[in-house]
Design a binder for this molecule. Structure first.
Ligand SMILES: *Cc1c(COP(=O)(O)O)cnc(C)c1O
Length: 442
């Protein structure tokens, strides 16, 4: 079947009256070429009519944040109830995008500050984000890199990407490369084959990841040819971005099945969005549908502080409430980790309800999802090992052949025995400035 339903057929026939459109609907290049980019074509395809006043407001929004929706994703919009429709909210501009709130930031995650070469964000010790595409098949209204959307839609030239590849090659700590963008699957099959080959060739790169929304907004991009290419570069992990159970259609399921059948582990990263999925019941239904399709819910993000997203933001409490409704209530691996990505570039911070209620030297008091309170008695015979990382002489006899040098950072450094650090303090605090003024060492 070319179409999932009658609505798709109707939209296709409005794009072109020719018979040939029947074989084109599932052609992703046709979908891209016929993407909806104006209010007029959106009205024509959906039958939705905006008032003159509304149109003027939307036009104004478009000047700053452009519009682009695939005919496929348009076909998921509920025409009658569009004002409350999660698909409509994610794809069609709202005048609220022009409201800049006090907390909004241009680049809230400070990606530009952590970029050693163009296209690379190197934030964590052993992995990098590599932006290989500056374009997407749909412009999500809640995009965290909204500032860049539609600026210049392009696929970087090979000589640009080679700079990123060279950085990875000369940085042996990088064992995980995450292709992002834009959408990396906007690259042609040939181009992807080239870049994956280049990265795969770097001996210290152990895994490649792809972050793409194609299975959601343009599932026809997941062709047998594409899957054949991805399969050559295993282990390759793919994360996609479903936000609402209604996005899991017949076409999306088919795309996911192709990827899973090829042995590509699939994950999902949702964003918590007001008016789209800020409800425990919707999220539960979403994660159930995901695991049915062999997709593991990976992260649920708190909406970032990027400009133009204030109308989508929920309190952090909403995310905790959702996680509270999932842990224990459903399959353990169907529960995503809830993440606040630290403004200023601190990276992802997991947030959870509290399960430890209290603690003494020999007991921990915990509660479960039902509210039952329990005690866990700590072992009385455990002898802590004073660890000086003298692994050769350790009775654990860990075979560390080929292991990396170990150095502790972060909170792990405070926890370990072999490092003398006892505290981390903000470098700029009044107290430290006072010490410096008094000629005391830090
Ligand atoms: C999210 C992200 C990663 C990957 O983080 P994981 O927690 O390993 O999935 C890597 N680099 C940057 C800059 C990121 O934002």
């Amino acid at each position: 079947m070319v179409f999932d339903n009658k609505k798709q057929e109707k939209i296709a026939s409005k794009i072109s009256s020719k018979e040939s459109v029947l074989d084109k609907w599932q052609d992703y290049k046709w979908q891209l070429a016929n993407s909806v980019k104006t209010i007029e074509s959106f009205q024509r395809l959906t039958g939705i009519e905006f008032s003159q006043e509304e149109k003027e407001k939307i036009e104004k929004t478009l000047l700053k944040f452009p519009l682009s929706i695939t005919p496929y994703y348009v076909s998921l919009i509920d025409r009658k109830g569009y004002r409350d429709d999660p698909i409509f909210h994610q794809s069609f501009p709202s005048p609220s995008e022009l409201v800049i709130s006090k907390s909004d930031m241009r680049d809230p995650l400070s990606e530009e500050k952590d970029s050693p070469v163009c296209g690379i964000t190197h934030r964590y010790p052993d992995r990098v984000l590599f932006e290989v595409s500056n374009t997407c098949s749909m412009y999500c209204r809640h995009c965290t890199r909204k500032r860049k959307v539609g600026e210049v839609d392009f696929i970087p030239a090979k000589k640009e990407l080679i700079k990123g590849i060279d950085y990875i090659r000369k940085t042996p700590k990088v064992r995980d490369v995450l292709l992002s963008g834009g959408d990396p699957l906007m690259l042609s099959d040939g181009y992807l084959d080239w870049i994956l080959g280049k990265i795969k060739n770097i001996p210290h790169v152990e895994i490649i990841r792809i972050g793409t929304r194609m299975p959601v907004v343009l599932p026809y991009r997941i062709t047998p040819d594409l899957v054949k290419i991805l399969k050559k570069y295993q282990p390759i992990w793919l994360n996609t971005h479903f936000n609402h159970p209604r996005e899991i259609t017949v076409s999306a399921r088919r795309a996911l099945a192709r990827l899973a059948d090829a042995g590509i582990p699939l994950g999902n990263q949702s964003v918590l969005l007001a008016g789209v999925n800020d409800c425990p019941r919707i999220m539960k239904s979403l994660v159930h549908k995901l695991v049915q399709n062999r997709v593991r819910p990976y992260y649920m993000y708190q909406c970032d502080l990027s400009e133009g997203l204030s109308h989508f933001r929920t309190p952090v409490g909403k995310g905790i409430e959702i996680v509270e409704n999932l842990i224990g209530h459903t399959t353990g691996f169907a529960v995503p980790t809830y993440i606040v990505d630290a403004p200023g570039g601190g990276g992802k911070i997991p947030v959870m309800p509290n399960y430890i209620i209290s603690w003494s030297t020999n007991k921990v008091i915990l509660r479960n999802y039902e509210g039952a309170i329990t005690t866990y008695k700590e072992p009385s015979s455990y002898e802590p090992i004073f660890c000086e990382r003298n692994c050769q002489e350790c009775k654990l006899h860990l075979d560390l052949e080929g292991a990396r040098e170990y150095s502790a950072t972060g909170i792990a450094k405070l926890l370990c025995d072999f490092d003398q650090s006892i505290s981390f303090t903000p470098g700029q605090s009044e107290r430290l400035k006072r010490r410096k003024k008094n000629g005391k060492a830090r």
